[in-house]
Design a protein around this ligand. Structure first.
Ligand code: SF4
Length: 79
């Protein structure tokens, strides 16, 4: 069976710089105590959050890595 030997999204400064989570565009992030970003690579937040919307599908990392999930901050890194 095929097994991925690299993470779906690399945890790099370059990808972090492209992340939209911590910009004013994400309503979930802005209305919570979330910190950091690049949840698609780094995994879910330990913070409790209320999902208000997700900007991940508008993110260049999402497109470049051909992701199809949302709310990585709540559900964890892209698989
Ligand atoms: S896909 Fe979402 S979690 Fe990943 S870098 Fe973009 S905005 Fe951040």
């Amino acid at each position: 069976m095929f097994k991925r030997n690299r993470p779906r999204v690399e945890n790099t400064n370059e990808n972090y710089a492209k992340c939209l989570c911590y910009t004013e565009r994400c309503p979930t992030y802005n209305q919570s105590s979330l910190a950091g970003g690049l949840f698609c690579a780094r995994g879910r937040s330990e913070k409790t959050l209320e999902k208000k919307g997700c900007v991940c599908p508008s993110c260049p990392v999402w497109a470049e890595c051909k992701l199809n999930g949302v709310f990585f901050c709540a559900y964890g890194a892209a698989q």
